[in-house]
Design a protein around this ligand. Structure first.
Ligand code: ADP
Length: 470
């Protein structure tokens, strides 16, 4: 009574609905480029918010001085000190300190939170200060504030709403950089908050500092987002209010991208319905680390309901997010002949024992299908950005020129996030799809460059390129 046929049926259906042949990826590329246009045309013109950052001046390696950063975006915050010598270097020496935010401050008052942060900053600055350094000038800091913000300049922006467990009512609608600056001033620390950014912009800054051909940045970690450098005249919604320089970094908030061309399964629909933000972050729910493990869990749950291949019902299997993406990756990358890692994780995490080898192989296959789809869709998203800025190798053709006339330009995309850096098969599928979509001719000119700590170091680099002392 194994009902193996049914199991195979569920798997085949999953495989078919997650399928991402090249033609479908191209549709996603086009949809991404179209939505980018729409989001730039008007406020609310697309599910892609295409937020203005007012950042038009990316670091290029020539920066000199010591700069600070504050990275606030979760239950911890970090403070950094980054000395820059004017010589571009791939590994940036820096001091860093991480601190948890006391629970009561996450739901208290604006002053309570920022006074706490400012006093930690003061302590850090005093501790790391180099007495030999010639620094009579005021210190400068870049602030990475990873919450939804409406920017009003590169150094100011108001909080739209809190996420991730924060709830400080008197902060909503207030300027995040100003709130920090006031706390810093109250404590008598001579530090100027010179930029307010989102973490993807920090990643772009690190990429651009190391390699000036960097035009975009992508984060695929717990969540997913991207930003890129856009020509000012293509940003219709800013109607002359924008900078005088020719370009500006746009924070896409691409996690919220949606298109009918995305291959959606019943598992995705259920996951979305059960989430605290239904119909939001649709792309993120298909590609990022927060969700992949849970999609796999849902498939396994369905199979366990339709057959007895996973033995008696396990309550663990019904618990949302019980199977985390790193565990899924460990099963996927289990290279032992008996798939002992799969067996171990099933026992430890899901309390399911004695699953036969052929069922373990089935589990690996499920992980493969879910990750392959995620990686290929992420690749299509990246090519969508390249298409929008004319770097995907197709732009000359519409103008009547042949492909041979268009000399491909070297194009670098900075990339960060645990899913990309730690999940090898995901990364390989992403690269493979990128080459498939771009073609052998263009692909060698597009470089994905892993960067590190954009949200920390990137903010310090931007503080440097926005320094008021040149
Ligand atoms: P965050 O996005 O939370 O700021 P990271 O960029 O480090 O931080 O990403 C962490 C996320 O990456 C985790 O939530 C997890 O989903 C994913 N991740 C981390 N390690 C692995 C791994 N070995 N395999 C697969 N996914 C991983």
């Amino acid at each position: 009574r194994s009902k193996w046929k049914r199991v195979v049926g569920v798997l085949e259906e999953l495989e078919a609905t997650c399928d991402t042949p090249l033609r479908r990826l191209r549709q996603v590329v086009d949809a991404m480029a179209v939505e980018m246009h729409a989001g730039l045309a008007s406020e609310g013109g697309s599910k892609l918010k295409m937020l203005l950052t007012y950042v038009d001046n990316l670091p290029n390696g020539s920066e000199i001085g010591t700069f600070y950063a504050l990275d606030l975006g979760g239950t911890n915050f970090r403070v950094l000190r980054v000395p820059l010598g004017g010589q571009r270097s791939l590994t940036l020496k820096h001091d860093v300190e991480r601190q948890p935010i006391p629970q009561n401050l996450m739901t208290g008052t604006r002053e309570g939170l920022f006074d706490f942060i400012a006093s930690s900053l003061k302590e850090f600055v005093e501790k790391t200060d180099d007495p030999d350094e010639l620094a009579p000038r005021r210190k400068e800091l870049g602030f990475t504030f990873s919450f939804p913000v409406k920017q009003t300049s590169a150094s100011s922006g108001v909080l739209i709403k809190w996420t991730k467990g924060f709830s400080i009512e008197d902060m909503v609608g207030r300027d995040a950089a100003e709130s920090l600056q006031q706390a810093i001033d109250r404590i008598g620390l001579g530090l100027r908050v010179s930029v307010l950014i989102n973490d993807t912009v920090g990643t772009l800054a690190v990429g651009h500092y190391q390699d000036p051909d960097t035009v975009a940045a992508v984060i695929i970690g717990t969540g997913s987002n991207a930003c890129y450098v856009e020509r000012t005249d293509a940003i219709i919604k800013c109607q002359g209010l924008c900078t005088t320089s020719g370009s500006m970094v746009i924070n896409m908030e691409w996690g919220n991208f949606w298109s009918s061309h995305l291959p959606r399964t019943t598992y995705d629909i259920d996951l979305d319905a059960d989430s605290p933000n239904p119909s939001d972050q649709g792309f993120e729910k298909m590609i990022s680390g927060m969700y992949l493990g849970d999609i796999v869990r849902r498939v396994i749950l369905r199979i366990s309901q339709e057959s007895d291949v996973f033995g008696p019902a396990s309550t663990r299997l019904s618990m949302p997010f019980k199977l985390r993406t790193p565990m899924m990756a460990a099963m996927h990358e289990d290279s032992s002949p008996e798939l002992t890692e799969v067996a171990r994780i099933f026992e430890d995490i899901l309390e399911i024992t004695d699953i036969p080898l052929k069922v373990r192989k089935l589990v690996v296959k499920i992980c493969d299908i879910v990750t392959r789809r995620a990686a290929r869709l992420a690749a299509a998203g990246i090519v969508g950005i390249l298409k929008k800025i004319g770097r995907d190798g197709t732009s000359g053709i519409a103008g009547g020129r042949s492909r041979a006339d268009v000399k491909p330009r070297r194009t670098v995309v900075a990339i960060e996030g645990g899913l990309y850096t730690s999940y090898t098969i995901f990364r390989e599928y992403l690269h493979e799809a990128l080459v498939e979509i771009l073609g052998e001719e263009i692909a060698p000119h597009v470089i994905l460059k892993p960067t590190e700590d954009g949200s920390g170091i990137g903010a310090a680099l931007l503080a440097a390129s926005y320094s008021s002392y040149d």
